[in-house]
Design a protein around this ligand. Structure first.
Ligand SMILES: *Cc1c(COP(=O)(O)O)cnc(C)c1O
Length: 433
């Protein structure tokens, strides 16, 4: 399978698509042809690594990764993704049982596992490779965890000084070894700008073998389709009916993986996107006008995206806005509604959810009655509520127990350095490491 840019040009091998992240023309890589898998393709597959291996085999066919795929999936997807039944007609797919307690562990670990093999071959990149990543929260921790102590890799994480929560900061700065955490005097946008400038600087890029690990990398998207495959199959095997999904969305990576899973042939009915007060996606579906705008800060901060990049993939797949409306619908959720949803779910079911997951549960409760009762809904839980203790705990009036993996990280000593928001400072820091 080869991959082309959403903006045209020549198709490349998946190894190349993974190592370069975005296409040279600025587009995003998508498979030349979307494979079709018959239901029988998954016979006997019941675990996440098994389902992932069957699902991703055609996506990696003919590549140097194909022979190792089962090992890559076993190594990268080694934590549970349970489907928790909440009430008649509603389950929650919990994607927060990985090392940093957010769904980004799935993509980051698969990416690290594939990149390690590609770099070892020496054809597309040579070690040592520097993974440079800007983060406003979850991405940096997941990427740092996935590449921590991997031979041939160094990770440099840029985060905005004083603008991530204490627990989030700890998860960015607790690694040491081959992970360097840099607080940037500025905002998240400054961090992102610095990363872009570093990649645009040919000398810097070659000197450090800079690579990106951001969420538009096809190596992060593909494995995300696997948990939709597993949960939809699990539901279908039990009930003989396809399930519908509500996916909390910012940059559309997680949701796009769900669309791919359905296109490939998995038993998925409706896909509803839950956004926060950044309404670019919902407005586009309503008006047909694509109007990216500055990001609005919300309680579901990992979804604070005013210009969702993966819309380019979705539009490439669907063609017209009308067809897109047939594929997904979207609902924007305000901070007040997020707060109310966190409280209501705790009061009714005794379960605490993170603010991102709360957007999906709010959307579920507000579905038109017929819509809600005629289908089985799976709301996607993207992070553990203990990651967002400062928001969740005051609403519930009690503390949320830390999952063991998070507790372990929070007990490690933390270390970071601070730099100004300009390229020479970053370049100097990169050079010394
Ligand atoms: C990144 C993130 C999201 C948004 O995912 P996208 O793929 O960008 O749509 C939602 N929830 C949490 C907890 C996240 O970390």
């Amino acid at each position: 399978m080869h991959y082309r840019s959403t903006r045209g040009g020549e198709a490349v091998a998946i190894e190349q698509a993974i190592m370069s992240g975005t296409a040279p023309d600025g587009g995003l890589y998508v498979p030349l042809v979307l494979p079709q898998l018959p239901g029988a393709a998954f016979d006997g597959a019941t675990s996440l690594p098994e389902v992932a291996t069957r699902l991703l085999q055609p996506f990696l066919a003919g590549s140097t990764l194909e022979a190792d795929l089962a090992t890559i999936c076993a190594e990268a997807l080694d934590f549970p993704v349970p489907l928790r039944s909440v009430e008649e007609g509603l389950s929650v797919l919990e994607l927060f049982h990985g090392p940093t307690a957010a769904f980004k562990d799935v993509g980051a670990r698969f990416l690290a596992s594939t990149m390690a093999r590609i770099v070892r071959q020496g054809r597309y990149a040579r070690p040592p490779v520097t993974i440079l990543v800007a983060t406003s929260g979850d991405t940096g921790g997941a990427v740092a965890a996935a590449f921590h102590r991997r031979t041939g890799f160094r990770v440099v994480v840029l985060f905005p000084e004083g603008r991530v929560s204490p627990r989030q900061q700890h998860q960015l700065t607790c690694w040491g070894d081959n992970v360097l955490a840099l607080a940037v005097r500025g905002e998240f946008d400054d961090c992102q700008r610095l990363v872009k400038q570093a990649f645009a600087d040919a000398q810097l890029r070659t000197a450090h073998n800079l690579c990106s690990a951001n969420s538009i990398n096809v190596g992060r998207l593909l494995p995300q389709a696997a948990y939709y495959a597993l949960s939809s199959l699990t539901h279908f095997r039990r009930h003989g009916r396809p399930a519908s999904f509500i996916v909390p969305t910012g940059n559309l990576g997680n949701a796009f993986a769900c669309v791919w899973a359905r296109r490939v042939g998995l038993p998925i009915d409706r896909i509803v996107l839950a956004t926060n007060a950044n309404t670019t996606i919902a407005d586009f579906l309503a008006t047909g006008q694509w109007l990216p705008r500055p990001t609005v800060p919300t309680l579901a901060s990992a979804m604070d995206v005013g210009n969702p990049s993966n819309m380019e993939r979705l539009r490439d797949l669907c063609g017209s806005v009308e067809d897109l409306r047939g594929e997904v619908s979207a609902v924007a959720v305000t901070d007040d509604e997020i707060r109310a949803a966190i409280r209501v779910e705790f009061d009714c079911h005794g379960i605490a959810w993170c603010p991102h997951t709360a957007t999906a549960l709010h959307v579920y409760r507000r579905l038109p009655e017929v819509e809600r009762h005629s289908r089985h809904w799976i709301a996607v839980a993207t992070a553990h509520p203990a990651k967002f203790d400062t928001i969740v705990e005051p609403l519930l009036g009690c503390s949320v127990a830390l999952p063991p993996e998070l507790a372990r990280l929070l007990h490690l000593p933390a270390h970071h350095e601070t730099i100004g928001a300009d390229l020479p400072e970053l370049a100097a820091r990169l050079g010394r490491a």
